[in-house]
Write a new protein. Structure first.
Length: 275
């Protein structure tokens, strides 16, 4: 019988995960099908009861990454540290979760050649992805500053060990950083013309600038490249967090090149994207 997998979220129609995971299942020779399911906030409990009966595993995306926690039977240390899950394995009807976003970010960073940089990292944003990125960087012993539109939202990141900085300290922090990461939706969709960089910002010429947004040439990465910095978009993180989910479900090493290729093909096919 075909093993079923899914990603649940709302909205979900633009997700690249079905293309990416179906490519990995095909490459591994597994009889499995992965599909996107729109699940509203109100429908989450009933959807989880159904998935626990019918599926082997699923991914969780906005708006359920945090609200799913009380519905889980087991959560690993990453989920507990972040207060958010993105991957669930079904074992005899029980739901066991992990969060592969921190691993996905670090694997993408290593691929972009920024894994060994050791000075200071600056992260824009204080939402779910920022929490995963900050957690991952702190675990590698990096000094991390966070700049967020709503500073109070960054307080849990300060509790993890990051330094929250305001507008006044931003130019100096940017000039100092050897890694700058955009964890806001600026540069995407309706915000496509916007950048988290303040006007006149000067970046370190050797810095690596990573935008979690993918599928667009964002103003942030355009400006970073203009200043001579190295740039990387969010597609590799998407692939690497997906590869870690695949391992969590199957115990098999996935065909990462095939997953990346499937994502690129899907990006080319579509006009807009979400993770
Ligand atoms: P989130 O939890 O909603 O957090 C978004 C953050 O961006 C918040 O700090 C928010 O500030 C800030 N923000 C939103 N609009 C802004 C604006 N107009 N100006 C300044 N700041 C603004 O979202 P998320 O899950 O962290 O996702 C953020 C981005 O990363 C999205 O584009 C998502 O698609 C992408 N992403 C990519 C991957 C990947 O694998 N590549 C994984 C996860 C997420 P407030 O608190 O003030 O609203």
């Amino acid at each position: 019988m075909t093993d079923l997998y899914a990603v649940i979220g709302d909205p979900i129609a633009q997700s690249l995960s079905p293309a990416m995971h179906n490519a990995a299942f095909a490459s591994a020779g597994l009889d499995a099908l992965y599909e996107a399911r729109r699940v509203s906030r109100a429908d989450l409990p009933s959807a989880l009861r159904l998935l626990a009966r019918s599926h082997r595993g699923f991914n969780v995306t906005i708006p359920h990454k945090e609200t799913i926690l009380p519905c889980l039977d087991e959560a690993d240390g990453v989920v507990r540290a972040l207060g958010a899950a993105n991957t669930v394995r079904v074992d005899e009807g029980r739901l066991g979760a992990t969060n592969t976003d921190p691993h996905g970010f670090l694997a993408a960073l290593d691929t972009a050649g920024g894994g060994q940089d050791a000075r200071a990292a600056l992260v824009f944003g204080a939402g779910g992805s920022a929490r995963a990125v900050v957690h991952a960087l702190l675990a590698r012993g990096r000094a991390v500053s966070v700049h967020a539109r709503t500073p109070e939202r960054a307080l849990p990141l300060a509790a993890l060990g990051a330094t929250v900085i305001g507008e006044r300290d931003l130019p100096a922090a940017l000039a100092e950083a050897d890694l700058v990461v955009n964890c806001t939706p600026l540069g995407m969709g309706d915000l496509a013309s916007l950048s988290p960089l303040p006007a006149g910002a000067v970046l370190d010429a050797g810095a690596l600038c990573v935008d979690l947004v993918y599928g667009y040439e964002t103003p942030f990465l355009r400006e970073a490249a203009r200043q001579g910095a190295r740039v990387s978009d969010g597609l590799e993180m998407l692939v690497r967090q997906g590869a870690a989910s695949f391992r969590f479900w199957t115990g098999i090493e996935p065909d990462i090149a095939g997953m990346r290729e499937a994502c690129r093909a899907a990006v080319e096919e579509r006009a807009c994207y979400v993770s």
